[in-house]
Design a protein around this ligand. Sequence first.
Ligand SMILES: C[S@@+](CC[C@H](N)C(=O)[O-])C[C@H]1O[C@@H](n2cnc3c(N)ncnc32)[C@H](O)[C@@H]1O
Length: 248
Amino acid sequence: MSINIYGNIFSRVYDKYWTEYIDDLAPGLIKFCDVNIKSKKILDLCCGTGRLANIFLKNNYDVIGLDQSENMLRIARYKNNEFNNFRTIHADARDFNINGLGLVISTFDSLNHFLNTDELNKIFSSVFDSLIKDAYFIFDLNTLRNLKEWDFIDIDETDDLMIVMYGKYSNQQKRAFTKVIGFYSEDKQCYNRFEEVMYNTVFSIEDINKLLIKVGFKNVKYYDPNNLSANIPDPEKLDRVMIVCQKL
Ligand SMILES: C[S@@+](CC[C@H](N)C(=O)[O-])C[C@H]1O[C@@H](n2cnc3c(N)ncnc32)[C@H](O)[C@@H]1O
């Protein structure tokens, strides 16, 4: 069982308010993929509410969205119901079996949700097996530099949402968590309470590199997520890194 839930109310809040990162990221990603990806059959791994999938669909990719949260997937299906080349799989990222993909992508720190490198090993192996020759695996990660600063309390209020978030980093566990408690209303009359805890494990770039190479990936490169044109020699200096590698 995963320790991250993504429940019914929080999924709606996520879909409405956690949008900026993907919107900023997408144009660069699409540009990169249009040039480099050989098959337009792609998997959005831990696809959430399908925001990135939607942008790929609009750019004529065939998208499979896989996620363990049925709440997130329900929104992804609703949002993309005009596309008949979108399908979803309700599954665990550590154990899936799909063939013939030109790209697997996983964004917004989804892979930080996993507990250790053994779990990542399972994911990387399933991804590798699902890709065709020359295909790409692209994913982002929060780095230690970012997660070790996790120490905040945020309170936000809008017309439909009252939300309190607090974050902490445990040096002992090498993991940060964010607890979110809020009240959300879709009709601005009845407010529903939600509560969620999200975990972000620190993975060193050195361990990630070793793991990707062990599984068989080549050309492992590191980028600032908003600039996929120049790879970065020292990715631990970034708060969040985009990792791009290939099955040759
Ligand atoms: C931070 S959200 C990112 C969603 C989406 N990729 C985005 O960019 O907005 C993390 C997603 O990972 C999913 N997730 C967490 N653990 C998972 C697992 N074991 N298998 C599949 N999906 C998982 C959650 O349900 C959630 O939708």
